[in-house]
Design a protein around this ligand. Structure first.
Ligand code: GUN
Length: 282
Protein backbone atom coordinates (compact mmCIF):
# COMPACT_ATOMS: atom_id res chain seq x y z
CA UNK A 1 0.00 0.00 0.00
CA UNK A 2 1.28 3.45 -0.84
CA UNK A 3 -0.07 6.31 1.24
CA UNK A 4 -2.25 9.01 -0.25
CA UNK A 5 -0.69 12.45 -0.12
CA UNK A 6 -2.37 15.13 2.00
CA UNK A 7 -2.01 18.13 -0.30
CA UNK A 8 -1.47 20.97 2.18
CA UNK A 9 -0.82 23.46 -0.59
CA UNK A 10 -4.23 22.86 -2.16
CA UNK A 11 -6.08 22.76 1.19
CA UNK A 12 -4.33 25.97 2.30
CA UNK A 13 -5.33 27.62 -0.98
CA UNK A 14 -8.98 26.88 -0.14
CA UNK A 15 -8.61 28.61 3.25
CA UNK A 16 -6.86 31.56 1.63
CA UNK A 17 -9.68 31.93 -0.90
CA UNK A 18 -12.28 31.76 1.89
CA UNK A 19 -10.31 34.40 3.83
CA UNK A 20 -10.03 36.63 0.75
CA UNK A 21 -13.79 36.49 0.13
CA UNK A 22 -14.50 37.43 3.76
CA UNK A 23 -11.86 40.19 3.79
CA UNK A 24 -13.55 41.73 0.73
CA UNK A 25 -16.78 42.06 2.71
CA UNK A 26 -15.23 43.99 5.61
CA UNK A 27 -15.71 47.75 5.99
CA UNK A 28 -12.08 48.29 6.90
CA UNK A 29 -9.12 46.37 5.46
CA UNK A 30 -7.48 44.16 8.15
CA UNK A 31 -3.91 44.94 9.12
CA UNK A 32 -1.18 42.62 10.39
CA UNK A 33 2.12 43.89 11.78
CA UNK A 34 5.04 41.44 11.79
CA UNK A 35 8.02 42.29 14.01
CA UNK A 36 11.47 40.91 13.29
CA UNK A 37 14.31 41.53 15.71
CA UNK A 38 17.71 40.91 14.14
CA UNK A 39 18.51 39.13 10.91
CA UNK A 40 17.83 35.41 11.43
CA UNK A 41 17.85 34.23 7.76
CA UNK A 42 15.13 31.59 8.25
CA UNK A 43 12.89 34.19 9.93
CA UNK A 44 13.46 36.57 7.02
CA UNK A 45 12.17 33.92 4.59
CA UNK A 46 9.18 33.02 6.80
CA UNK A 47 8.24 36.69 7.15
CA UNK A 48 8.55 37.33 3.41
CA UNK A 49 6.13 34.43 2.80
CA UNK A 50 3.68 35.76 5.41
CA UNK A 51 3.73 39.27 3.92
CA UNK A 52 3.25 37.91 0.39
CA UNK A 53 0.30 35.79 1.54
CA UNK A 54 -1.30 38.81 3.23
CA UNK A 55 -1.08 40.81 0.01
CA UNK A 56 -2.69 37.98 -1.93
CA UNK A 57 -5.83 37.93 0.27
CA UNK A 58 -6.14 41.70 0.69
CA UNK A 59 -4.79 41.99 4.25
CA UNK A 60 -2.55 45.03 4.73
CA UNK A 61 0.74 44.00 6.24
CA UNK A 62 3.54 45.99 7.74
CA UNK A 63 6.97 44.68 8.64
CA UNK A 64 8.67 46.29 11.63
CA UNK A 65 12.37 45.48 11.58
CA UNK A 66 14.31 46.16 14.75
CA UNK A 67 18.09 45.76 15.07
CA UNK A 68 19.69 42.72 16.75
CA UNK A 69 20.84 45.06 19.52
CA UNK A 70 17.29 46.25 20.26
CA UNK A 71 16.56 46.13 24.01
CA UNK A 72 13.61 44.35 25.59
CA UNK A 73 12.31 47.77 26.67
CA UNK A 74 12.38 49.07 23.06
CA UNK A 75 10.53 46.01 21.82
CA UNK A 76 7.94 46.31 24.61
CA UNK A 77 7.42 49.96 23.70
CA UNK A 78 6.85 49.07 20.03
CA UNK A 79 4.28 46.43 21.02
CA UNK A 80 2.55 48.85 23.41
CA UNK A 81 2.05 51.40 20.66
CA UNK A 82 0.71 48.75 18.23
CA UNK A 83 -1.69 47.53 20.94
CA UNK A 84 -3.12 51.05 21.11
CA UNK A 85 -3.29 51.58 17.34
CA UNK A 86 -6.94 50.99 16.35
CA UNK A 87 -5.97 50.23 12.72
CA UNK A 88 -3.88 47.19 13.75
CA UNK A 89 -5.75 43.86 13.99
CA UNK A 90 -2.86 41.46 14.44
CA UNK A 91 0.63 41.64 15.97
CA UNK A 92 3.15 38.87 15.41
CA UNK A 93 6.65 38.79 16.89
CA UNK A 94 8.68 36.34 14.85
CA UNK A 95 10.52 33.77 16.99
CA UNK A 96 13.26 33.05 17.88
CA UNK A 97 14.24 36.35 19.49
CA UNK A 98 17.91 37.24 20.11
CA UNK A 99 19.16 35.51 23.27
CA UNK A 100 19.23 38.72 25.36
CA UNK A 101 15.43 39.06 25.04
CA UNK A 102 13.12 36.66 26.91
CA UNK A 103 10.20 35.62 24.71
CA UNK A 104 7.74 35.17 27.64
CA UNK A 105 7.28 38.83 28.63
CA UNK A 106 7.26 39.87 24.96
CA UNK A 107 4.47 37.47 23.99
CA UNK A 108 2.48 38.49 27.07
CA UNK A 109 2.81 42.17 26.13
CA UNK A 110 0.80 41.62 22.94
CA UNK A 111 -2.89 42.37 23.53
CA UNK A 112 -4.63 38.96 23.59
CA UNK A 113 -7.23 40.26 21.09
CA UNK A 114 -4.43 41.02 18.60
CA UNK A 115 -2.46 37.84 19.34
CA UNK A 116 -3.03 36.14 15.96
CA UNK A 117 -0.22 33.65 16.67
CA UNK A 118 -2.18 32.41 19.71
CA UNK A 119 0.94 32.43 21.90
CA UNK A 120 -0.26 34.75 24.72
CA UNK A 121 -0.88 32.89 27.98
CA UNK A 122 -4.50 34.15 27.96
CA UNK A 123 -5.11 32.40 24.63
CA UNK A 124 -3.10 29.40 25.82
CA UNK A 125 -5.33 29.24 28.91
CA UNK A 126 -8.46 29.43 26.75
CA UNK A 127 -7.13 26.62 24.59
CA UNK A 128 -6.68 24.43 27.67
CA UNK A 129 -10.04 25.29 29.22
CA UNK A 130 -13.01 26.61 27.27
CA UNK A 131 -11.61 27.22 23.77
CA UNK A 132 -12.61 30.33 21.86
CA UNK A 133 -9.30 32.24 21.81
CA UNK A 134 -6.88 32.42 18.91
CA UNK A 135 -5.55 28.95 18.13
CA UNK A 136 -1.83 28.63 17.29
CA UNK A 137 -1.52 28.43 13.52
CA UNK A 138 0.42 25.20 12.94
CA UNK A 139 -1.70 23.01 15.26
CA UNK A 140 -4.91 24.58 13.91
CA UNK A 141 -3.64 23.87 10.38
CA UNK A 142 -3.04 20.20 11.25
CA UNK A 143 -6.64 19.85 12.46
CA UNK A 144 -7.80 21.43 9.17
CA UNK A 145 -5.71 18.92 7.18
CA UNK A 146 -7.43 16.03 8.98
CA UNK A 147 -10.85 17.64 8.41
CA UNK A 148 -10.06 18.08 4.72
CA UNK A 149 -9.48 14.33 4.22
CA UNK A 150 -12.68 13.61 6.14
CA UNK A 151 -10.88 12.03 9.10
CA UNK A 152 -12.52 12.16 12.52
CA UNK A 153 -10.28 12.03 15.60
CA UNK A 154 -13.17 10.77 17.74
CA UNK A 155 -11.88 7.85 19.84
CA UNK A 156 -8.61 7.66 17.87
CA UNK A 157 -5.13 7.42 19.34
CA UNK A 158 -2.96 10.39 18.37
CA UNK A 159 0.72 10.25 19.23
CA UNK A 160 2.69 13.49 19.11
CA UNK A 161 6.49 13.59 18.95
CA UNK A 162 7.69 16.88 20.41
CA UNK A 163 6.37 19.06 23.23
CA UNK A 164 7.07 22.58 21.99
CA UNK A 165 4.83 25.48 22.99
CA UNK A 166 4.28 26.26 19.29
CA UNK A 167 3.23 22.82 18.04
CA UNK A 168 3.21 19.78 20.37
CA UNK A 169 1.48 21.14 23.47
CA UNK A 170 -1.28 23.18 21.77
CA UNK A 171 -1.90 20.39 19.24
CA UNK A 172 -2.52 17.98 22.12
CA UNK A 173 -5.21 20.34 23.44
CA UNK A 174 -6.91 20.67 20.03
CA UNK A 175 -6.87 16.91 19.53
CA UNK A 176 -8.36 16.35 23.00
CA UNK A 177 -11.17 18.74 22.05
CA UNK A 178 -11.83 16.41 19.09
CA UNK A 179 -12.11 13.45 21.52
CA UNK A 180 -8.85 11.78 20.57
CA UNK A 181 -6.74 9.91 23.12
CA UNK A 182 -3.47 11.79 23.02
CA UNK A 183 0.01 10.56 23.91
CA UNK A 184 2.82 13.12 24.13
CA UNK A 185 6.34 11.88 23.57
CA UNK A 186 9.63 13.78 23.59
CA UNK A 187 13.41 13.50 23.79
CA UNK A 188 13.28 11.86 27.24
CA UNK A 189 10.72 9.20 26.29
CA UNK A 190 12.31 5.74 26.47
CA UNK A 191 11.39 3.18 23.80
CA UNK A 192 9.73 5.75 21.54
CA UNK A 193 8.70 3.16 18.95
CA UNK A 194 6.51 1.45 21.55
CA UNK A 195 4.28 4.55 21.46
CA UNK A 196 4.59 5.57 17.81
CA UNK A 197 3.56 2.08 16.65
CA UNK A 198 0.25 2.47 18.50
CA UNK A 199 -0.69 5.70 16.73
CA UNK A 200 -3.70 6.01 14.46
CA UNK A 201 -2.40 9.52 13.81
CA UNK A 202 1.32 10.17 14.26
CA UNK A 203 2.57 13.76 14.32
CA UNK A 204 6.32 14.39 14.08
CA UNK A 205 7.41 17.81 15.36
CA UNK A 206 10.93 17.33 16.71
CA UNK A 207 13.15 19.01 14.13
CA UNK A 208 15.28 15.94 13.29
CA UNK A 209 15.68 15.04 9.63
CA UNK A 210 13.96 11.77 8.57
CA UNK A 211 13.77 10.61 12.20
CA UNK A 212 10.54 8.59 11.83
CA UNK A 213 11.29 5.30 10.04
CA UNK A 214 8.85 2.79 8.54
CA UNK A 215 9.25 0.34 11.42
CA UNK A 216 8.02 3.01 13.87
CA UNK A 217 4.64 3.35 12.14
CA UNK A 218 1.50 1.21 12.40
CA UNK A 219 0.12 -0.04 9.07
CA UNK A 220 -2.58 2.32 7.83
CA UNK A 221 -1.65 5.21 10.17
CA UNK A 222 -1.98 8.85 9.19
CA UNK A 223 1.41 10.58 9.39
CA UNK A 224 1.72 14.34 9.75
CA UNK A 225 5.20 15.76 9.26
CA UNK A 226 5.82 19.18 10.82
CA UNK A 227 9.59 19.17 10.28
CA UNK A 228 11.55 21.50 8.02
CA UNK A 229 15.13 20.23 7.86
CA UNK A 230 17.95 19.70 5.38
CA UNK A 231 19.10 16.15 4.64
CA UNK A 232 22.72 15.05 4.14
CA UNK A 233 22.61 16.43 0.56
CA UNK A 234 21.18 19.79 1.65
CA UNK A 235 17.73 18.91 0.31
CA UNK A 236 14.63 20.07 2.20
CA UNK A 237 13.09 17.24 4.22
CA UNK A 238 10.82 16.69 7.18
CA UNK A 239 11.06 14.70 10.42
CA UNK A 240 9.73 11.63 8.59
CA UNK A 241 11.58 9.30 6.22
CA UNK A 242 8.75 9.85 3.74
CA UNK A 243 9.81 7.44 0.95
CA UNK A 244 9.88 4.50 3.38
CA UNK A 245 6.96 5.52 5.62
CA UNK A 246 4.58 6.09 2.71
CA UNK A 247 4.69 2.32 2.07
CA UNK A 248 3.16 1.75 5.54
CA UNK A 249 0.91 4.78 6.16
CA UNK A 250 -2.54 5.37 4.65
CA UNK A 251 -2.11 9.17 4.37
CA UNK A 252 1.01 11.31 4.70
CA UNK A 253 1.89 15.00 4.43
CA UNK A 254 4.77 15.91 2.09
CA UNK A 255 7.60 18.31 2.91
CA UNK A 256 7.39 20.86 1.40
CA UNK A 257 3.70 21.32 0.62
CA UNK A 258 2.11 19.72 3.69
CA UNK A 259 1.89 21.46 7.04
CA UNK A 260 3.93 24.55 6.06
CA UNK A 261 1.34 26.21 3.79
CA UNK A 262 -1.33 25.59 6.44
CA UNK A 263 0.53 27.63 9.07
CA UNK A 264 0.38 30.71 6.87
CA UNK A 265 -3.24 30.09 5.83
CA UNK A 266 -4.29 29.88 9.48
CA UNK A 267 -2.41 33.10 10.29
CA UNK A 268 -4.42 34.87 7.58
CA UNK A 269 -7.58 33.29 8.95
CA UNK A 270 -6.78 34.40 12.52
CA UNK A 271 -6.13 37.94 11.27
CA UNK A 272 -9.52 37.89 9.53
CA UNK A 273 -11.18 36.68 12.76
CA UNK A 274 -9.52 39.49 14.71
CA UNK A 275 -10.70 42.11 12.21
CA UNK A 276 -14.23 40.66 12.19
CA UNK A 277 -14.39 40.78 16.00
CA UNK A 278 -12.99 44.30 16.11
CA UNK A 279 -15.55 45.42 13.52
CA UNK A 280 -18.37 43.84 15.51
CA UNK A 281 -19.12 41.12 12.93
CA UNK A 282 -18.38 38.13 15.18
N1 GUN B 1 8.83 30.86 14.49
C1 GUN B 1 8.60 29.64 13.96
N2 GUN B 1 7.27 29.44 13.78
C2 GUN B 1 6.66 30.58 14.21
C3 GUN B 1 5.31 30.99 14.28
O1 GUN B 1 4.36 30.28 13.91
N3 GUN B 1 5.09 32.25 14.78
C4 GUN B 1 6.11 33.05 15.20
N4 GUN B 1 5.80 34.24 15.70
N5 GUN B 1 7.38 32.68 15.16
C5 GUN B 1 7.65 31.46 14.66
Amino acid sequence: MTAQIIDGKRIAQGIRQYTKDKVNKLLRVPKLVVIQVGENPASTVYIRNKIRACNEVGITSYELRLPQTCSEANLLEAIRSLNEDPTVDGILVQLPLPSHIQSGPILEAIHPEKDVDGFHIYNTGKLVTTGGGFKPCTPAGIIELLNAIGYSLEGKHAVILGRSNIVGKPLAMLMLQENATVTMTHSHTPNLSYYTKQADVLVAAIGRAKFVKADMVKKGAIVIDVGTNRDENGKLCGDVDTDAVKEVASWITPVPGGVGPMTIAMLLHNTLLSAQKRQGIL
